[in-house]
Design a binder for this molecule. Structure first.
Ligand code: NAD
Length: 362
């Protein structure tokens, strides 16, 4: 197999473009920050139109990971990988083994885990060639396994917190959940168990049928769920759902969800703010999964994960308190808190050069 890696830099972020044509592998790793530790973030396996789209997604997601890891108090920097999903039939195991060689070439500066389009099984394949991957099945009493239930728990606790600080009980509150995948479906079950009334949507009928088999919910169409008459809108599908078209139509007072990069542009938070809609910054509330991944990386006990995820509402509360005190939107506050945490950490002594030998046949 021939693996080629090309490094470049964009506005302080390092990019590593990789390609192993015989394994149908191509993509990019973006490293945003190493100030707090190795750059950690998921591996997204998605069909992109072009390299510019891949780069934009990887860079945006890597910055989000820096902020998320800092705000969650983790000893990790921020990074993300995006891998182009081939259009033709391909050997998935060979592709992810080749991706493992990319991680080896980066010598642990970037740590991968699951993201949209990848599974714990993919990560096990990556682990067969590289130690720089997490989100693997848990062993003994140590942390590990699917991060999604932890993400769902953090979002659930955040919704409960936002309602309660506004004097509303969770039981009887109406909550619209957009996207019934690994996180969204689990979140619905937790909300239903505590008496919330659900409105749900997904682009896949199967996902709706699966949830509604045991959880009562009103079903909305995917392009109208944000307009539902609810107390909380929880975006749990893909990013960019909060934009100049959808925000004027949202009737919920609170937006609290799992999706990464919910705001399509930095101006959209101001738009939400001007409409009096409280937006809980996505990377503060959806940190449960990376908290579990970090615990696996650090070799912590599974029990520690619960205690750390339970602290998410405390961090959200600090952001919302400051937002209320200053009149600034919560995501501006969270961004500046995260930047301060990153800036106050010592700069890494040495940047490990990439393994040039990776650019030959292996
Ligand atoms: P997933 O792929 O399992 O589920 C996403 C669901 O959204 C799918 O059922 C899909 O059909 C649905 N969907 C896609 N577009 C939609 C649309 N326009 N309207 C309605 N439904 C739509 O992903 P997941 O692991 O549940 O993650 C959900 C979101 O949370 C993603 O943005 C992800 O980046 C973010 N997130 C996930 C984790 C985690 O631990 N899994 C951690 C942090 C953030």
């Amino acid at each position: 197999m021939t693996l080629r890696i090309r490094a470049s830099e964009e506005e302080g972020q390092r990019l590593f473009w990789f390609e192993a044509p015989s394994c149908d592998l191509s993509g990019v790793v973006a490293i945003d920050s190493l100030a707090l530790g190795p750059a950690a973030g998921g591996c997204r396996f998605w069909r992109y139109d072009d390299a510019a789209g891949m780069q934009a997604d990887a860079r945006r997601l890597a910055r989000g990971m820096s902020y998320k890891n800092a705000m969650a108090g983790l000893p990790l920097g921020g990074g993300k990988s995006v891998v182009q999903r081939p259009q033709h039939p391909f050997d998935r195991a060979a592709l992810f083994r080749a991706f493992g060689q990319v991680l080896n070439a980066l010598k642990g500066e970037y740590l991968a885990a699951e993201d949209v389009g990848t599974t714990p099984r993919d990560m096990e394949i990556v682990r067969s060639v590289s130690p720089h991957v997490f989100g693997l099945p848990a062993k003994d009493a140590l942390a590990g396994g699917d991060p999604s239930p932890w993400t769902a728990l953090g979002v659930f606790l955040s919704i409960e917190h936002v309602l309660s600080r506004n004097g509303l009980p969770l039981a009887g509150s109406r909550i619209a959940v957009q996207g019934l995948g690994n996180v969204g479906a689990d979140l619905c079950r937790k909300l239903h168990a505590r008496g919330a009334v659900l409105v749900v949507a997904d682009v896949h009928d199967q996902a709706i049928a699966h949830l509604c088999a045991d959880v009562p919910a009103e079903v909305a169409s995917p392009d109208a769920i944000h307009r539902s008459r609810v107390d909380v809108f929880a975006p749990c599908a893909l990013g960019g759902g909060l934009n100049s078209k959808t925000i004027p139509e949202i009737s919920a007072r609170f937006v609290v969800g799992a999706a990464n990069n919910q705001l399509a542009s930095p101006w959209d938070e101001a738009l939400l703010h001007s409409r009096g809609i409280l937006y809980a910054p996505d990377y503060v509330v959806n940190a449960g999964g990376i908290i579990n991944v970090a615990a696996e990386y650090l070799g912590s006990a599974q029990g520690e994960v619960l205690a750390r995820v339970r602290r998410i509402p405390e961090r959200l509360s600090a952001v919302l308190d400051r937002a209320e005190a200053t009149g600034r939107p919560p995501s501006h506050i969270a961004d500046s808190m995260a930047r301060d945490l990153i800036a106050s950490a010592a700069a890494p002594a040495n940047r490990t050069p990439i393994d040039e030998s990776a650019a030959r046949s292996i």
